[in-house]
Design a protein around this ligand. Sequence first.
Ligand SMILES: Nc1ncnc2c1ncn2[C@@H]1O[C@H](COP(=O)(O)OP(=O)(O)OP(=O)(O)O)[C@@H](O)[C@H]1O
Ligand SMILES: [Mg+2]
Length: 726
Amino acid sequence: MAMIALLLAVAAGIRASSSFSFAPSSQFHVSKIPTILTNTGLRSTAEAPTERVGVTTGDTKGANLLLTNLNIATGSGNIILKSINFRVDPKERWGIVGPNGCGKSTLLGAITGTVRIDGGDALVASKVKVGYLKQTAVSGSTRTVREEAASEMEEINNARRLLDKLEEKITNGDASEKTLNDLAEAQSRFEDVGGWTQEQDVDLVLKGLGFMPTDSDRLCSDFSGGWQMRIALARLLLSQPDLLMLDEPSNHLDSSARDWLATYLSNYQGSILLVSHDVALLSKAVNSIAEVSGQTLIQYVSCSYDKYLSEKDFRAKSAMAEYERNMKEAARLQEFVDKFGASATKAASAQSRVKMIEKMKREGKLDPPPLAVVEVRRKPSLVLPDPPKGIGEKLLVLKKASIGYGDESPPILEGIDLVINRGVKLILRGPNGAGKSTLLAALRGKLPLIAGERIENERLRLGVFTQDLAQELDVTRRAMDLVTDYARGGIDGDITISNQDARGVMGRLGLSDEKPLRIVGELSGGEKARVALSMFALKASNLLLLDEPSNHLDIECIEALGESLSNWGGKDGSVVVVSHDRAFCESVGFTHVGTVKDGTVVIEERGLMDSDWARYDINGAALGGCDDIVPVVELTKEEKEEQERKRKLAFNAPKMMKKIEDKMSKAEAKIAEYETQMEEHGSDAQKLVELLNKKSMAQIEVNKLMEEYESLEAILADCAKVSCLT
Ligand SMILES: Nc1ncnc2c1ncn2[C@@H]1O[C@H](COP(=O)(O)OP(=O)(O)OP(=O)(O)O)[C@@H](O)[C@H]1O
Ligand SMILES: [Mg+2]
């Protein structure tokens, strides 16, 4: 009984310790951020102070950025981030990670003054120039690409203006010694700030981000949203801010531009805050990780992304082990007190043990480790409805198709013969701007053909998921209404789909509690993408077209999407994907690889290979359709060795998988047993905490086993693909 009282007190302590008070935000000079990015007006409320656009400068104690006791809540009072203390020193490069909707963009918004701060400070050192790329940035300019990209190279632009002015003075007849000296000084300043190499620098960045040399003189307004974001990114990088803040900058980049950006950032001289779900980018670009978890920021200083993952696991296990040790110790002490508390001879010893327990309590040793450290998140999952049967083999055919955007510009793709048979999983790859998304838009029927034919199977049911679709959802509608309207509407709609069905799908994708009832405008970028995925998942399709589906989604959600696509389709469903996300692509298990290049498409019947990620710009050979299979690209020596290694592993994989299955069944049985016991001991707080801990440990074990199992499965699938070709 005494132990239960103790635990209840501990539990009360947890609640007390997680509450916090909001300090009034201090007033500092607010300076405008040099980059021109429109403010979307995040969650301002009636009682909100005037929204600030710009950073707040103040005493940062030598850091570039200093966050002190920062608290942020939504307009309706839900806490997003609490008591954040964080400093970013010059030259530090931080990756900010965490699941969709945890508050990463909110954090950057608070620093840049576009999100209201409810308590504490976010201060930038006064001389520090800040640059910020929003998750949904567009350039919004009417200048040419080159002019726009160079427009914020302040020092160079100022030096050039001065130079021009002095040259004009001299041309107008002022050849005084002073003016000539000023000119010499201005020339040397221009040289020092890199004025002579400005054009090359601009070209280098534009090229790195995927622009063709001929694009530089085109107007920004001629470019699509994704390319406008690249222009904004180029302008920002060229402006060389001391504190560079990027919110998912690689969402609109293909793999070569991503690689370039990763290298560029890894050599960046200023400090960086990079929000991203892109493991390859994070692994290369940053050297410390801050994870938003449980409304707080957990910092891993001087940690690569890989090291952060293992360190995080280690911290969780150590915290849990220490907590269990302390609880055992407290129970042992309490047992003594219960047994001998009333005894005349042992009363003093019992009393001292009571004090020891109290001390442990005071020191927080009996508080369970914070959720932020030990939380085992439920993995999102996605189950796609079985595909309806089509008539015959062919689901969709393009015949002699010319595809492009009309007007005066020539077609991007010409003479395309493409047959999407049922049961095909096709990935489209190719260099920047080769026309992958354009081809997908033509397959969708969204982009009318300039010439040729698009023939649909009579029973074609198209399912489309593009990142733009997700970001273009009607922001004023409730998420659930959008999902149900879509699922029930159209000729292939199903009016029997209930709100509950929608809730189920959304909940499994992590949109639980009140999130389905929120208007879309009040969801994070990744949450919006999950809403679009839910729409996709409620309607049965036999051809799924996905364009860069993994953008905005967090790693776990991408895994769920990859897994569901790999299990989906059978002989009736087909998938066509454009994606640069290697881990995602490898999880789908493609049967065909299409290379879009030089105005044509080459289809090969094979799975993805390592060389596909390195050889984007070569092998643009002859055109082929699904019907005529082009020879497979020859493997390099390393690839052959890798395949051999995988074959060997695959040989042993079934046995290993069986063992893992057995272990998983045991661990799952344990979880079920703990759950039953928890129901039985509903009123015994001590027992409940104990069981909860045991259950979490068992869950961690199941997750690990599952990962091992999946990696073996992937190896098996890979080898199956290779052997069917050789
Ligand atoms: N305009 C808004 N009004 C109200 N709540 C919002 C708004 N935008 C986001 N939120 C909520 O605030 C929380 C944090 O959102 P935020 O955009 O910071 O997440 P994030 O970590 O950047 O996620 P993502 O990885 O999806 O971009 C989420 O619960 C989200 O639903
Ligand atoms: Mg975000």
